[in-house]
Design a protein around this ligand. Structure first.
Ligand SMILES: NC(=O)c1ccc[n+]([C@@H]2O[C@H](COP(=O)([O-])OP(=O)(O)OC[C@H]3O[C@@H](n4cnc5c(N)ncnc54)[C@H](O)[C@@H]3O)[C@@H](O)[C@H]2O)c1
Length: 250
């Protein structure tokens, strides 16, 4: 099958559902061999079956889990071409009510998980002299912030620094490192974690007047994971329906 990532070996962390499942689907449609690594075993297995890929259970904040996933992939295929770290959590809590444990948990999944994925993927990618790493950040943190997202915003803004640092150190080895900054995307996580009022309010504030479908975001991951993006590194693509454009309320 001819596609944009034919026979590339890919892992997507956090792909049992939502944006990650859409990314896994697009990569598979374009010919990649796709591995899904996620904490949700039942949904992860189902999504892997749907896209014709493989599943491994994984908590991305745990060093040994991330290493086990990448070792299994390299053992099975002899290489790892594409690593996407999309697992993330987004509890909504006012700053003065965020416990130290909740702060650490959000940073552990969103930021440390991404560091672990990058560090581990660097092993096989440096050896083979090729790699495409894409991290899911957000407009929340790097560009804007709603109330009750201090830990989340800090974690997603931190990813921008990680992307730049990793891009610089990966470049001599043919590894590119980039990110996607989604706006508001209608996913299972969004429906579970946010009220309908929040969703309606966001839709009203977005110039395109709706939230994104996960596939609309997945296309940018596919581009950054493909050879079309060979000269793109250390940067992000914003996919937000124009949400960060308005200077004030119209
Ligand atoms: N939905 C949005 O509006 C939006 C906007 C900007 C950024 N994002 C980011 O996109 C990513 C996906 O969001 P989504 O809306 O699809 O969420 P979701 O909750 O629908 O899906 C997230 C997936 O990540 C997995 N996951 C969570 N913690 C994990 C862990 N510790 N280890 C392994 N897997 C884990 C979940 O099991 C789930 O399958 C997140 O990083 C989120 O911060 C989402």
């Amino acid at each position: 099958m001819a596609g944009r990532v034919t026979d590339r070996v890919a892992v997507v962390f956090g792909a049992a559902r939502g944006i990650g499942a859409a990314i896994a689907g697009r990569l598979a449609e374009e010919g990649a061999i796709v591995w899904i690594a996620d904490g949700k075993a039942v949904e992860g297995e189902q999504t892997a079956q749907q896209v014709g890929g493989h599943f491994m259970p994984c908590d991305v904040s745990e060093e040994r889990d991330v290493e086990a996933v990448i070792s299994a992939i390299v053992e099975a295929h002899g290489r790892l071409d594409i690593c996407i770290q999309n697992a993330g959590i987004f509890p909504e809590t006012a700053l003065d009510e965020i416990s130290t444990a909740e702060w650490d948990k959000v940073l552990a999944v969103n930021l440390r998980g991404s560091f672990l994925a990058v560090r581990t993927a660097f092993g096989p990618m440096k050896q083979q002299g090729y790699g495409r790493i894409v991290l899911t950040t957000s407009i929340t943190g790097p560009r804007v912030v709603p109330p009750k997202h201090a830990h989340y915003a800090a974690s997603k803004a931190g990813l921008i620094g990680l992307i730049k640092a990793a891009a610089l150190e990966g470049a001599p080895f043919g590894i590119t490192v980039n990110g996607v900054e989604p706006g508001n995307v209608l996913t299972e996580g969004m429906r579970a974690e946010r009220s309908q009022d929040f969703i309606d309010g966001m839709a009203a504030a977005i110039p395109l007047k709706r939230l994104a479908d996960p596939r609309e975001v997945a296309h940018s991951f596919l581009f950054l994971a493909s050879d079309e993006a060979a000269y793109v590194t250390g940067t992000t693509i914003v996919v937000d329906g124009g949400q960060t454009l308005p200077e004030g309320k119209a």
